[in-house]
Design a protein around this ligand. Sequence first.
Ligand SMILES: O=P(O)(O)O[C@H]1[C@H](O)[C@@H](O)[C@H](O)[C@H](O)[C@@H]1OP(=O)(O)O
Length: 873
Amino acid sequence: FITSKRLPLLNRLDLVTATRDRKLNTFIQVSVVHPAEHVLTRYSSTEIVEGTRDPLFLTGVTFPPEYPIYEETKIKLTVYDVKDKSQDTVSILRSFLGCTTFTVGDLVKSKEQQLTLTLRTSDGGKTVGTIEVNLVKMGELEDGEPCHITTDSQDQKCALVRECTASEGISGKDNLPSLNAGDVKNPICKLYRFPTSDNKWMRIREQMAETILSFHVPKELINLHIKEDMRRNQELKDLGELAPHWDNMRKSVIAHCDQMLSVYQDTLAELGKHTGSSFKSSCSKGEKTLEFIPINLHLQRMHVHSPRLKDALYDVITVGAPAAHFQGFKNGGLRKLLSKFEAERRNTGYQCIYYSPENTAKAKEVLSNINHLQPLISSHADLLLNSASQHSPDSLKNSLKMLSEKTELFVHAFKDQLVRSALLALYTARPGCVLKKPAVPRNSAEEGDDLKHQDHPSQVKRQDSIPHHSEYDEEEWDRVWANVGKSLNCVIAMVDKLLEKDDSGNVKDGEIDPSAADCKHAGDWYEQLYPLVITLKDCMGEVVTRAKQSMAFVLLQELACGLPQCLMLTLRRDIVFSQALAGLVCGFIIKLHTGLHDQGFLQQLHTVGLLVQYEGLLSTYSEEAGMLEDMAVGISDLQKVMFKVVEAKSEDFLPIITGRREHYVIEVQLPAKMFELLPQEIKEGKLLRMYPVLFNVGINEQQTLAERFGDTTLQENINQENLELLKEYYNLFTEKMPPDCLPHFQEQNDLKGLLENLHQNIQAKKRKNVEIMWLAATICRKLNGVRFTCCKSAKDRTSMSVTLEQCSILRDEHQLHKDFFIRALDCMRREGCRIENVLKNVKCRKYAFNMIQLMAFPKYYRPPEGTYGKTDT
Ligand SMILES: O=P(O)(O)O[C@H]1[C@H](O)[C@@H](O)[C@H](O)[C@H](O)[C@@H]1OP(=O)(O)O
């Protein structure tokens, strides 16, 4: 039983009992008696079916594979009639109708794996009806039984039950891709069976799982931040001697930066101690030590097996809106904070030189290029010498090629005017510098307005001693810089000469004379190249020192202008980004695994990139407006992320993150067999781009307040901006992909229409216009994107939204019988994975809504009676 992982099916219930005054509202409670314990444990229940003696149950009962269930295990089924549904199924006002018991062994050994059991009153006397129990495995249903639903209510069937691990279940017989078992934890699985419009059954497996990436990604990222910040602090220290004003500024900046660094280090140390659960519950969202961890991150999957149609998977990542809860939202979120900060910095920067955010970013890029290229060039130069000492012409040519390429990149990296202007600024900040003319660099990198702000304290305060331009040798940098190119040219010329000599020496009468490649020549080659290579390295070293100092000086200005807010803002942005990135990495990996056999998708991935669509349900009122501001920036920052797929060299498949705040590369490891399936471009390490978009529609009572008395422009602006991004992605997609690449006929046209519809809905500025979310999600699915749904905690509103999305997909794509739409929705909300999500988070099976909140919700976002109420969130 355990190995086959088959489990019971509650099949049919016929009740002979009838209440005098009304029809029955029944549900079945399933309890388990473990052989050794003799204690009855309540395990689960079906949904409540109203107003019939022959109920049709849509919800199954499942046992996970690790559940201790044996042939001797007894299952007790108790049937209740519900009088008041406003309570949950434990405290519900209900009356007992009958019960029956069977052993798992009885069911397993029964003919056709089906039992028809008699329901009796509690004293075991009176018969009150029958109940049919089946043992069914997902994927087997049609083989074992007719799948037509007869009109005779006596013959109605109900839901099946079979639990499986997330990976085993889906990858098994159905040949559908699995979740990456290594990354996914604590899967929960629910099964339902719903009627189709042509009276057949479709089977639905709903799964939900956490991921160890919730912690892995933030830890990797914090590690990178620590390295980046340590390097920057060192660069500030390496700026050399500065005049007292600048030196004091530097001291203060370094002190603040060191303090900040220890915040990151402490957080990482705390996370290192974390064991146990791989998700952060909604209750922990304000915890300082967990602020980098995404809230309640889960994969929510629906697997549909419907008659005559191909099996289909629908994945949504559910996660709390990436936001800095510990820092709070008193002053708003990142969107507002960043622009306010930038405006202030621009206007109050007289103590330091103002560099625009673009130039600061450029400075960071130059520094990163230096740090990357210098050691690379050095090692290519060593390889060249090595080839020379081995007197190997081919390897000499190759090493020279690599050396030239990298040196060219290196020289190119400093072409920027910013380096030139920063060098001059730094010159004026050195002790004893007496300039006689305004120190405006010849080719200032700062244009227009920025120029006006490129003030200098010495200029502001000491107008009399206005420095003279001629004292700064502007050509010096050009010479230093050009020397790298010149010394490379010398190396190239020498290699050419050596090879030429070698050719003429080795070839006699058109034939190569092997004896000519003797050690004497080898010595010559090395000795002749060595001094030139050393000169190249020296020249490069000179450029590096100057460029590094000048760029570090730019960073010093950035930090000094906004201390300490700029460091707090960076921390806030890092926190929000970390939460967003954890979700994205999870979404990407899942998508890659499910799309491995889809050539069209893989081509789209490397030619266009991946669309990542976020549905936000936050209100634009009070604190949630701040969360939305954080979330919008966090999601937009994901544009800085690129993915690369590599073949795993060990059993550890965890992704590796490299880069710095401006640009990250996530290396996703695939086992050899899966890696083989990828197109050559991806195998060769092509970087894969991300296109994140966010659409938000507040739905709760707070949003009502925002609409009536507050402001909804934040939501409108976000939706408008992201619509443009979505259109851009669509245009790229149509440009780069063949017209027939989408699976369904007419899909491309549909997409155009959907985009237009979305555009109109966004323009319409209608209240709580949830159509926006449905349209955006549909477009995302049609464009093979990754779907996210987020509210504050990803627990209550998110659960309403993903279940609604699931049932809407069943209705629109799988012909769910229209009379069963609401029942399917209620079933999923009452008995499905999402109520388990609530339980995981707040240890209570109730969505945290009250009646007032629900009245404010759009109709289809209201959960069934008995599933909501006051909870300690
Ligand atoms: O999962 P959420 O929808 O963000 O949970 C909300 C819920 O919607 C709301 O009704 C309730 O009053 C709480 O604010 C919930 O948030 P918690 O973060 O407190 O779980």
